[in-house]
Design a protein around this ligand. Structure first.
Ligand SMILES: NC(=O)c1ccc[n+]([C@@H]2O[C@H](COP(=O)([O-])OP(=O)(O)OC[C@H]3O[C@@H](n4cnc5c(N)ncnc54)[C@H](OP(=O)(O)O)[C@@H]3O)[C@@H](O)[C@H]2O)c1
Length: 341
């Protein structure tokens, strides 16, 4: 026995990665359905190395009989169609920000709070966090368990694939235009992204922060601990895949660099690469296509009582989106759904 799984947004940056991840991890699916907008209906997407799936129109799809739907087609699509899928008896695992702060919807990173999946039944919807939050909570969890994190300051360096396939196209097109002296146009980002960095992701909030920064604070509180104070500065950088973060933490109890490294190395999904040498740290370019969250440059912050600094990178399309969603589906199947896999 297995499960009928739908991928909503199957032609997008995250949706394609979801199909790859489902196939790579041998998810117990009897059938996988690729859904996207009307304009993509009839086109084909890859599922694993050998299979292709014909894309169907989400607007006319009947979710009855579908066990799990992985949504990655944007907030307004999730807002409309996730409840439709849920009402048809399908569990929606949503990548958009729409349901993340709903108290009746668990927000899950399985290495950190897999137990929260148990509450999926209130709305039949489970939310996946923002890409920059997912990798951060994996790195913070073992340190929080060891020494109780009080405060986090984080600066992000986020790749253009965080803005979907059109964000990636814009970096490519602008870079090419600059080399051949063509005019540079920006439609996906607020300023030129090629050969530049932009300290503005998502819309501005009343207090001067951006919604991306607010998401990091509120999502870390919901997933890890509401007592943690977190302030973020989120920056878009001209990298295709892989988000990086410079993380500064203050803990209640003292924590040595060695203790921190050991705890992080032992934590599932986390890999420490930390040698004080040219090759002794991981960059976004090296983590693209990888599942792990990588931590490097762990050291003491001498300016506060119990402070630690580290560098954290991960593939935003994998742990930041597709992989995390598939891991949630695996947790759901293993612990909560009735069909035997
Ligand atoms: N990229 C990341 O790192 C990341 C991380 C976490 C969460 N997310 C979230 O995941 C979602 C998708 O992101 P993405 O980066 O994959 O975007 P994307 O590359 O732009 O892909 C968007 C997908 O949504 C589909 N879509 C758009 N309008 C639709 C409609 N009316 N009906 C059905 N399908 C429709 C598109 O299908 P067509 O090709 O037919 O238009 C496409 O498959 C967003 O909510 C995003 O916030 C992204």
């Amino acid at each position: 026995m297995g499960y009928k799984v739908a991928v909503v947004g199957a032609t997008g940056a995250v949706g394609r990665e979801m199909l790859t991840t489902l196939a790579e991890r041998d998810f117990p699916a009897t059938e996988v359905v690729a859904l996207a907008s009307e304009k993509s209906a009839g086109t084909e997407v890859s599922y694993g190395e050998e299979k292709t799936l014909k894309v169907q129109n989400l607007a006319t799809y009947d979710f009855k009989g579908t066990d799990i739907a992985l949504f990655s087609a944007g907030g307004s699509i999730s807002e409309k169609y996730a409840p439709i899928a849920a009402a048809a008896g399908c569990v929606a695992i949503d990548n958009s920000s729409h349901f993340r702060m709903d108290p009746d919807v668990p927000l899950v990173v399985p290495e950190v709070n897999a137990g929260a999946v148990a509450k999926y039944g209130k709305r039949n919807i489970i939310a996946n966090p923002n890409c920059s939050t997912a990798q951060l909570v994996v790195a913070l969890k073992p340190l929080h368990d060891l020494a109780q994190i009080k405060r986090v300051v984080v600066s992000t360096y986020q790749s253009v694939s965080g803005a979907g396939k059109e964000g990636m196209d814009e970096l490519f097109t602008q870079t090419r235009a600059i080399y051949v002296n063509d005019p540079v146009e920006n439609t996906q980002f607020t300023k030129q992204i090629a050969f530049n960095v932009i300290p503005h992701i998502d819309k501005f909030m009343d207090d001067g922060s951006t919604k991306e920064e607010w998401k990091m604070t509120s999502e870390v509180k919901k997933i890890l601990d509401p007592a943690i104070e977190l302030v973020a500065m989120c920056v878009r950088v001209p990298v295709f895949i892989g988000h990086a973060e410079a993380v500064f933490i203050e803990t209640e109890d003292s924590l040595s660099v060695e203790e921190a490294r050991d705890a992080m190395q032992d934590f599932p999904g986390l890999v420490v690469v930390d040698h004080r040498a040219d090759e002794g740290y991981v960059t976004p370019q090296e983590c693209a296509g990888e599942d792990a969250v990588y931590v490097s440059r762990v050291r003491k912050d001498p300016t506060v009582k119990n402070g630690l600094i580290f560098w954290c990178v991960s593939d935003n399309l994998r742990k930041g989106a597709a992989l995390n969603a598939v891991q949630i589906a695996e947790t759901l199947v293993k612990n909560h759904l009735e069909k035997a896999a």
